[in-house]
Design a protein around this ligand. Structure first.
Ligand SMILES: [Zn+2]
Length: 310
């Protein structure tokens, strides 16, 4: 969220009448004083408080949200309302509401835990395409979370240019946060054996071992592959996974399915630098981050030079 950090600094500067340079200097000084025990996002919030900038009562834009922020207030348009889900875990049960909230800067997945808030969806007071005002939300794993002390209500405001596509940010791997949509230039340092599974041709969902779809029954399943590998950009490494749709852009199904041909491909890609785009997910089982690839391409040297010259 490097871009978000920059936006936050600008917001603090504007709200306090201090220059961006001065704020950056104060943040560095604060971090140095605390011997690096505080992130720059955290330090920015401390400086904001010191300058009397109170985010508690301020409406912010989605692009200004940074890691660790609490008491987030904003207005956004619901661009994708998901069905209410029920959960039953460790003896606790309840419902979860969720949607994608957008404004004119970005969009963010938003999760509702409070029964009262979920009732608003059920009663049709919070609807797909509707604009809502949210008070006191917090950021968790890159998502906006509303608890019982949060508020949500329909807003009369009109949002003209809701950003429906998630902006992709260029980042180094060490800066990856869960739910980030990022692109990175990195070297493929390890490639695992491909794994195969079968999907229903109708609904694209995984079929059972005997080739039956839960919805469509007996079907002639299509074979799909996934490939796990590790990428490293010099700051850190991360395990990445690529599914058939992306995978088949760089190798064919027969190359994946034949160990000799796969060996050749593996040799070709190991140690190769690529532009990789995708979504960062937190692996619920192991707690580490994984990178789900949505695009992969060779490094375009001309583009790279043009960028460096900017
Ligand atoms: Zn099916």
């Amino acid at each position: 969220m490097q871009e978000n950090y920059q936006q936050l600094i600008e917001l603090i500067a504007k709200s306090s009448g201090t220059s961006v340079e001065e704020i950056e200097r104060k943040i560095e000084a604060k971090q140095a004083k605390l011997s690096g025990l505080i992130s720059k996002e955290g330090a920015a919030q401390v400086i904001a408080a010191e300058l009397g900038v109170n985010f508690d009562k301020q409406l912010i834009k989605i692009s200004q949200i940074v890691q660790g922020m609490r008491k987030i207030n904003l207005i956004g348009k619901i661009i994708n309302l998901f069905p209410i889900r029920e959960y039953n875990k460790n003896g606790r049960s309840g419902r979860i509401g969720s949607f994608v909230l957008a404004d004119d800067t970005s969009n963010i997945r938003t999760v509702l835990w409070d029964e009262g808030h979920i009732d608003l969806i059920e009663k049709g007071q919070i609807v797909d395409g509707g604009v809502v005002e949210i008070i006191n939300a917090s950021l968790r794993n890159g998502e906006l979370h509303l608890a019982s002390f949060s508020e949500i209500k329909p807003s009369g405001q009109v949002i003209e240019n809701a950003v429906t596509k998630r902006p992709v940010f260029k980042k180094t791997i060490v800066q990856f946060n869960p739910n980030d949509n990022v692109s990175v230039r990195a070297v493929i340092v390890q490639i695992f054996e491909p794994r195969f599974f079968e999907i229903c041709p109708e609904c694209r969902k995984k079929v059972s071992e005997v080739g039956e779809c839960a919805t469509h029954g007996k079907v002639s399943p299509e074979k799909r592959a996934l490939l796990n590998f590790v990428i490293d950009d010099g700051t850190e490494s991360i395990r990445a996974v690529m599914f058939s749709d992306q995978l088949e852009k760089i190798m064919t199904m027969s190359e994946l399915d034949n160990s000799e041909l796969f060996g050749v491909k593996k040799k070709e890609f190991l140690g190769k630098e690529m532009m990789v785009e995708g979504n960062v997910r937190k692996n619920q089982l192991y707690g580490n981050n994984e990178f789900i690839i949505s695009g992969i391409s060779e490094v375009n040297v001309d583009e790279l030079i043009a960028e460096l010259e900017k």
